[in-house]
Design a binder for this molecule. Structure first.
Ligand code: HEC
Length: 115
């Protein structure tokens, strides 16, 4: 193989990897309609702890914890005990945004953990 052809191939391979990365990033695009409907930003921000831990803090704590996504999805839907302070996270019903489906909870947790 001559050097020029090798360079072209390597370049093409790198390009396809970067396209693949774009694709992965698209999957964790902010699910803004869900964040609005379920009023997440009423208490949370991405980077500043406010009434609740920031999504960056939450991601740093749980990103590498096995089983964390399932636990968090359950918590978003049904509520649960406090892990950060004295105030527990209200359940979907208490937040007033209507019921949160398992797939919507999954999308939200996936996005939160990508922060
Ligand atoms: C009424 C205020 C409020 C709203 C609205 C709210 N949160 Fe929270 N959230 C909290 C508080 C307070 C905590 C910290 C609870 C604790 O100590 O475990 C928390 C914790 C969390 C956690 C970490 C839970 C844990 O067990 O560590 C996640 C993930 C989360 N919120 C995501 C969301 C998402 C996504 C939404 C929108 C669907 C949302 N929150 C809406 C107040 C809120």
């Amino acid at each position: 193989m001559n050097t020029a052809r090798f360079a072209v191939r390597t370049c093409a391979a790198l390009l396809s990897v970067s396209n693949w990365c774009d694709c992965v990033a698209v999957q964790t695009t902010e699910p803004s309609w869900l964040l609005d409907q379920h009023r997440c930003m009423f208490c949370h921000t991405v980077d500043t702890p406010h009434r609740a831990p920031s999504f960056e803090q939450i991601a740093a704590r749980y990103r590498d914890v096995p089983g964390a996504p399932g636990m968090l999805e359950e918590k978003l839907r049904k509520g649960g005990e406090a892990h950060w302070g004295d105030v527990a996270m209200p359940s979907a019903a208490e937040r007033g945004g209507g019921p949160l489906s398992a797939s919507d909870a999954h999308a939200l947790v996936k996005w939160v953990l990508s922060q």
